[in-house]
Design a binder for this molecule. Structure first.
Ligand code: SF4
Length: 333
C-alpha cells in the first residue's frame, strides 16, 4: 500500500492529480507495544480472565480485541476480585493504587511505560528537595493523575499559559516543572515560557518529558502538513497524542485535519476537491487501521501512498519484571 518517495508510481488518469503522503514514524511506540504484549502474554500464561486497570492503551480497537481474548477492563481496583491478576496500564498509576492492590492481595503486573516512570522519578526527586512542582498536562488524564499522586502536596497542574497568573507557590525561587509525555511540543514550550517569565529561577526537568514517540510523530506530520489539503489522523478520541497530531497538522499548515478511529469514520465529503491527503496515526494505533484508511482512499481513486520518513525508531522496552519472572519460571521466557 505504500510507495517509497524515490520511486514515482505509475498513476491511473484519475489518480494523476492526487497524492497520498504517509507519515513515518507513526503508530505504535515502544511503550504501547510493550503494554499490549504484556496483556497478551499474561492471558497466555495465567489464562483468562486477566484484569486491566483502565484502558491498557488509549485505543478502542486494541481494547476490544483484548476483551475478546479474555481481558477485563476495570476503572478501579475494587472491581477486581481479591487475589486476581491485574495489569496496570501504560499511563501509570499513583502509589495509592499500588497500596490498594496490596491491601486486596492482587497480583499486579505494572505495564507503565518506562518513560512515564521516568517522570514519576523526577516528581519524587523534586518533591524530596521540597520544590513546588508545576505539572503541565491535561486535567483528568490518567498519566497526570498517576504522576501527581507521587507527590500530591508538591504538585499542581498547569494546563496552559492562561493558568500561569493564578499559580501560587511557597517560594518563587524553588519551583520546578514537569510535563505529561504526550503533549504538543510547541504548546508546552509556550507554557514553560509563561511560567519562566513569572519564576525566572524555574528548574527544568533533567531531560525531555514529552517522549520520543510523541515528538517524532509531531515532527513527521509537520513535514507533510503544509502540502496537505487534508490530514487524516488515525487514533481514538481519548488518545492525547493522537488529538495533538490533529492540532499540530493544522498549526503546520494543513488545510484540514480530522481524527478517525478507523476508515469507517471518514466522511466522504472531506475528500471533495482534495488533491493531497496525508495519513498518520497516534502511538497507540495498530497499523492495520492505517492500512484500512489507505484502502478506502485507493477505492476513491487515490494512488498508492508515498511514505515520508522524518525519523528512525528502534527503541524496544523489556517486558515488566513480574511477567518476565513468571514466564521464566514457566519455561516460556
Ligand atoms: S507515547 Fe511515549 S510515554 Fe506514552 S507509551 Fe508511548 S513511548 Fe511511552
Amino acid at each position: 500500500m505504500t510507495t517509497d518517495m524515490g520511486m514515482p508510481p505509475i498513476l491511473s488518469p484519475e489518480a494523476a492529480d492526487k497524492a497520498v503522503l504517509l507519515a513515518a514514524p507513526r503508530g505504535y511506540c515502544a511503550g504501547v507495544d510493550r503494554a499490549v504484549i504484556t496483556v497478551e502474554k499474561a492471558l497466555d500464561l495465567y489464562g483468562a480472565p486477566v484484569y486491566v486497570r483502565k484502558q491498557i492503551v488509549h485505543n478502542k480497537h486494541v481494547v476490544s480485541d483484548l476483551e475478546s481474548r479474555g481481558a477485563i477492563f476495570v476503572e478501579e481496583l475494587d472491581e477486581v476480585p481479591t487475589g486476581a491478576t491485574v495489569v496496570f496500564s501504560a499511563h501509570g498509576v499513583s502509589p495509592e493504587v499500588h497500596r490498594q492492590a496490596e491491601e486486596r492481595s492482587l497480583k499486579t503486573i505494572d505495564a507503565t511505560c518506562p518513560l512515564v516512570t521516568k517522570v514519576h522519578h523526577e516528581a519524587k526527586r523534586f518533591a524530596g528537595e521540597d520544590y513546588d512542582i508545576l505539572l503541565i498536562g491535561h486535567a483528568g488524564h490518567e498519566e497526570v493523575e498517576g504522576t501527581a499522586g507521587e507527590a500530591p502536596d508538591h504538585i499542581q497542574l498547569v494546563q496552559s499559559p492562561a493558568d500561569v497568573p493564578g499559580i501560587v507557590v511557597r517560594d518563587p525561587k524553588r519551583v520546578a516543572w514537569l510535563s505529561q509525555t504526550t503533549l504538543s511540543v510547541d504548546e508546552t514550550l509556550e507554557t514553560v515560557a509563561a511560567i519562566r517569565a513569572r519564576f525566572p529561577e524555574l528548574l527544568d526537568p533533567p531531560s525531555d518529558d514529552i517522549c520520543y514517540a510523541t515528538q517524532n510523530r509531531q515532527l513527521a506530520v509537520k513535514e507533510i502538513a503544509s502540502e496537505s489539503d487534508l490530514v487524516i489522523v488515525v487514533g481514538s478520541g481519548n488518545s492525547s497524542n493522537s488529538v495533538r497530531l490533529v492540532e499540530v497538522a493544522l498549526e503546520a499548515g494543513a488545510k484540514a485535519a480530522h481524527r478517525v478511529d478507523d476508515a469507517s469514520e471518514i466522511d466522504e465529503s472531506w475528500l471533495d476537491g482534495v488533491s493531497t491527503v496525508s495519513v498518520t496515526s497516534g502511538a497507540s494505533v495498530p497499523e492495520a487501521l492505517v492500512q484500512g484508511v489507505l484502502a478506502l482512499l485507493a477505492e476513491r481513486g487515490y494512488p498508492d501512498a508515498q511514505a515520508v520518513h522524518s525519523a528512525e525508531e528502534s527503541l524496544i522496552f523489556a517486558l515488566p519484571k513480574e511477567l518476565r519472572r513468571d514466564l521464566k519460571a514457566a519455561g516460556r521466557a
